[in-house]
Design a protein around this ligand. Structure first.
Ligand code: SAH
Length: 494
């Protein structure tokens, strides 16, 4: 590249662009003379007019001004505030296209970063038929023995799937009391009580809270002044049990008019059972939503729900998967890939409240779970008890510390038949992967919410004697760019 090479685009320039790809967070990508522009809300196949807002050496960002010719995949978002709200990035894309894009994203990462020849069924068919366009990383010929992904686990309908909602409460510019969502990357609240991906009962609950606040002159919290009372409304719904929790997060020692509040919420008109009404005290000047203290105003401090046959107790503070129907499919897939025999020992790393551990404990001789958050481990132990499971043991601490320490302690004798790994987005520490390899499990099941770090870690395992046997993606968050993946690996016989 010559030093004199000028930017093709200037800031504030308006231009026409063909969107030819989607970036990792669902934004449209178009190229002008080899210079890449990222355009939020533009879709692959769109012809658009944009305004350049930021330029860097090799790429820039532009704002969508007009869709000149819409993509064949473009649909009208079902949610009226989809574009302002930061929550769903792909509501303007047909669900079918969202799913195939997510599958391709996983295969692409596993090939490019992981060095493993994983293809979606579509990609494979095209290559075999000689119809691959040879674009991106999809070659025209197969590289090694191909691993064909199993079809993505899809939702029946990607709406009303979440079981947990957190609505910030505040005032709009005219001083009206509102609850809704933060506009993408800001803290200004878009009034919206009827979110498309939340449970339908939220609308009545949130509107009743606002009515209560108006009637009894209970103020909303003002972040800038650190004044006012109600900060957030948290709701949780047990999708299987139909139990509902309402938790008000307040900046005060006590909620004024608690009995009136309980009365109004219990009579808010939803046809599910309100089992828990609580307040959570958060008096800190912070972005963190929940404080530590919970006070029960009505019923229990928790609700209960099931994933498959396993029962979970959920408090306002506990972590619980937000899409239990898809979680069930995801963990059934993990269980299938793990193929556990009754005599086998499983280590479940990054176990949270023991969701996967308890699933595996239904078959395994013993399951050991490792998790960094002490409260989650308390919940995991309680959940094991609730389900009368006595074949589990849980360890608190970072997996990359606990597992190597236990391995050392055993004098290098610690073994597992199966290891399941379900880390946060940043993936695993290499030290952990090395110890896992030393424990010589015959199967490793890696559940991941980030295809990039998944592929990086799979590469390490493949280099150390494992081979990828099965790959399946799961759509837990329809309308968003997120995708979950399960990879089943097997130890090669030495
Ligand atoms: N398997 C669980 C949780 C998965 S989310 C479930 O499906 O419910 C990832 C979990 O990893 C979180 O609970 C998080 O607290 C935990 N975690 C994050 N870093 C960790 C680390 N270094 N060691 C162990 N656990 C960790």
């Amino acid at each position: 590249m010559s030093k004199e090479k000028k930017f093709v685009c200037e800031k504030n320039e308006e231009l026409e662009l063909d969107i030819t790809d989607l970036g990792s967070t669902g934004e449209g990508i178009g190229k002008i003379d080899g210079y890449t522009l990222f355009v939020k809300d533009a879709l692959i196949g769109d012809k658009v007019r944009v305004k350049v807002i930021k330029t860097k050496k090799n790429y820039g960002y532009a704002r969508l001004l007009e869709i000149i010719k819409p993509s064949e995949f473009r649909v009208e978002p079902e949610c009226p505030v989809a574009r302002q709200c930061g929550g769903c990035q792909l509501q303007h894309c047909s669900y079918e296209k969202q799913l195939s894009w997510k599958e391709e994203k996983v295969a692409n990462c596993l090939r490019r970063i992981g060095g493993v020849p994983v293809y979606t069924e579509e990609e494979y068919k095209k290559i075999v038929a000689g119809k691959s366009d040879g674009s991106k990383s999809v070659e025209n010929t197969l590289n090694g023995t191909p691993i064909i992904m199993e079809p993505i686990l899809r939702m029946d309908r990607p709406v009303h799937y979440r079981n947990k909602a957190q609505f910030p409460v505040g005032y709009d510019k005219d001083g009206n009391l509102v609850a809704g969502f933060y506009a993408g990357r800001t803290h200004s609240i878009i009034p919206q009580t009827d979110c498309l991906i939340q449970h339908e009962c939220n609308k009545q609950i949130v509107e009743t809270v606002l009515e209560f606040m108006k009637k009894y002159k209970v103020t909303a919290y003002d972040e800038k002044k650190n004044k006012g009372i109600v900060r957030h409304i948290l709701t949780r719904v047990g999708k299987t049990t139909g139990e509902v929790m309402v938790c008000l997060i307040i900046n005060a020692k006590k909620l004024p008019y608690p009995e009136e509040f309980v009365e109004m919420i219990r009579n808010c008109g939803i046809n599910l059972e309100i089992k828990s009404i609580t307040v959570n005290i958060n008096r800190e000047k912070t972005n963190v939503i929940l404080g530590e203290k919970i006070e029960t105003l009505y019923g229990h401090s928790y609700i209960e729900d099931y994933i498959g046959d396993i029962k979970y107790r959920i408090s306002p503070l506990s972590f619980y998967q937000v899409n239990p129907e898809q979680t069930k499919k995801l963990y059934q897939t993990a269980l299938e890939f793990a193929d556990i025999k009754e005599s086998e020992v499983v280590w479940d790393l990054y176990c949270g409240i023991g969701t996967i551990s308890l699933f595996m404990a239904q078959t395994a001789a013993k399951v050991c779970g490792v998790e960094i958050v002490p409260q989650a481990i308390e919940d995991a132990k309680q959940n094991a008890e609730l389900n009368h499971m006595t074949n589990t043991e849980f360890f608190v601490g970072a997996a990359e510390d606990v597992v190597p320490t236990q391995y050392e302690k055993s004098g290098g004798k610690l073994r597992a038949d199966v290891v399941t790994i379900d880390p946060p987005r940043k993936g695993c520490d290499e030290k952990l992967l090395e110890t896992v390899v030393k424990m010589a499990p015959s199967r490793i099941v890696y559940v991941s919410c980030d295809p990039g770090t998944l592929a990086r870690d799979v590469k390490v395992l493949v280099e150390r004697g494992y081979e990828v046997k099965r790959v399946r993606a799961c759509d837990m968050f329809g309308g968003s760019f997120h995708v979950e993946t399960v990879v089943g690996l097997q130890r090669k016989s030495m």
